[in-house]
Design a protein. Sequence first.
Length: 115
Amino acid sequence: QVQLVESGGGLVQPGGSLRLSCTASGIIFSIYRMGWYRRAPGKERELVADITSGGYSNCADSVKGRFTISRDNTKNTVYLQMNSLKPEDTAVYYCWTRDGGRSYWGQGTQVTVSS
């Protein structure tokens, strides 16, 4: 079965950086689009960034220039490099992929940006 396991969240001060990782199993990783979503307290889940099997990426306007999504197909892992973090980036971040019509999600990792 498909499993997505995130790591790398934590507490960071405003202006700091974190790198999230998501390792996938149960899929032929290299052919799947991968993405990161987040859900902030009291808000809907939103797409942060995604990346195609060919490496083309897309980021939400709110994180452009600060966040970068990348993938390493040899490690079945997708990354989210987050720089210049702001308090409004505080959320649970989820790894995502889709197989046909079904979405798969990781368990989520908490990112808290606070001084």
